[in-house]
Design a protein around this ligand. Sequence first.
Ligand code: SF4
Ligand code: MG
Length: 320
Amino acid sequence: TPPLLQASNLRKTFPVKGGARGQVIHAVDGVSFDIAKGETFGVVGESGCGKSTTGRCILRLIEPTDGQVTFEGRDVIAMDKADLQAMRREMQIIFQDPFASLNPRMTVGAIIGEALQIHGLAGKAKQQRERVAHLLDVVGLNGDHMQRFPHEFSGGQRQRIGIARALAVEPKLVICDEPVSALDVSIQAQVVNLLEDLQEEFGLTYMFIAHDLSVVQHISTRVAVMYLGRVVEIASTDQLYSDPRHPYTETLLEAIPRPDPRRRRKRVQVAGDLPNPIDPPTGCHFHTRCPIRKLPLCATSRPELKTGPDGRAVACHLRG
Ligand code: SF4
Ligand code: MG
């Protein structure tokens, strides 16, 4: 079966604020991946690596500069406004900051009701109320919460409201953009568990964006690692965590605290900070920090993401 979603050679450039005329930042620099129906595809990288922009380009909340997106074989980039509106019922997004994404002047009932109305799913007032109450129940809140405003809820509850709003239109794919990053650690697992339960109950497919590997390990089927606008590695979760291939993936894994010191990985030396994305290193973007780089090759030639015979996809001149 063809993948649910395919992104090919996706690019997004932004003009640099206050920069020279024509100066652009390559926020997404040729990104390709597939997401299969029913899986959770993790996308991981430091802030500014282009993961959120990639998610928004897929939904066309931001227009990509170049590249292809197909959803169930349909060309998303070619869609006109009406088609796009209809498609957005099938592809929803959950944002990192649930508070910023919920209108503070609307009750929870009105917020979720609005999502239903946009897609013509609201029905009569009574049906809408019942539907909203059911959705609140599904995400672990209750119908009484309908009359309340977002500020009356905790961060975790607000994220549940955001999830209910996304699920209101019965999407197939949900892009979860760091849905737990802003929450207390104690609440994070609850929300991740809820997302997993909902996936099973409603047959959802997730693209799950996070800035560190520990969050996606539990929930993802496969993981893509991004660095400065590019995908450097894609692997099944088991493969990625037990046998990382790209040197950057190794450094990210090293950053995960391990309870058992005997199981600590050999420390990988990462020189320097994340380079300025406005002026990224030439060749392999990671060459300024890579412990195994080979010069001049790594500084002059861009390593393409290649899938090897074992199915592992790695963008590195020295590792396959
Ligand atoms: Fe390191 Fe070169 Fe591989 Fe880049 S291409 S990760 S610099 S070895
Ligand atoms: Mg982000």
